[in-house]
Design a protein around this ligand. Sequence first.
Ligand SMILES: [Fe+2]
Ligand SMILES: [Fe+2]
Length: 213
Amino acid sequence: MVKKMSDLMMQIEKSVRNMLESAPCAGHDITHTLRVRNLCIHIGNIEGGDHEILESASLLHDIGRPAEFKDPGADHAIISAQLAPGILTATGFPAQKIPAVVYAIEHHRYSSGVTPDSLEARILQDADRLDISGALGAAMTFAYSGAMDRQLYHSSDPLAEHRQLDGNEYALDHILSKLIHLPGSMHTSTARRLAGERNIFLKQFVDQLVSEI
Ligand SMILES: [Fe+2]
Ligand SMILES: [Fe+2]
C-alpha cells in the first residue's frame, strides 16, 4: 500500500528527533530543524518549489550536526546528505525525488558561499539563514559560544573598531560578522522581507548590549 505523504513526513520527523534529541548540539537542536521546516513550507507556499522535497530536506538538513560537534573538522552538510537517502528509502519516500533532497541538503550551508541551482535548495538556504537572523540567531550564537568555551565579547573593543572581527573567539563578533548581514544573502523576496524585519531587532539588541557594556 502506498503511504500518505503526511505519514511519511511524520516518520522522517520521528527519525530526526531520535538522532537530534539525544545528541549534544549547542543551540542547533531539534527546535531549529522544526522551525526551518516551517519556514521552508511558508516560503515555498509563496515562492513555489516541490513541497515534498522542501519538507524532507529541511527535516534532514542538520542530522550531521552531532557528528560535526564531536569533530569540528567534519562538514555536517556532507554528513547529513550522506545519511539522508537511507532514512528516505526506509520510509518509502519517492525514489526519483531523493537526488533533489540530497542536493538541497548538501548546499544548505551559509559558509559554502554557493548559490544552488534548484529552487528548493535556495529556499532551504533562505529558511536556514532566516532562522538565525533575529532573536533566535542571537540565542543560538550564545548557546554555541558557551559550549565552545568562547567569550561573550572582546573586553576592550566589543565592536571591533580597532581590530578584525573574530567570530571564533567572541559571540558578539559572530553576530556582527555574519548574522547582521544575513538579509542581503537571501535568494527569495519572501525571505529577504522576513529577514529584514528580524534584522531590525538584532541591531537594536546589539545597540542595547553595547550600551550595557
Ligand atoms: Fe546546517
Ligand atoms: Fe540548520
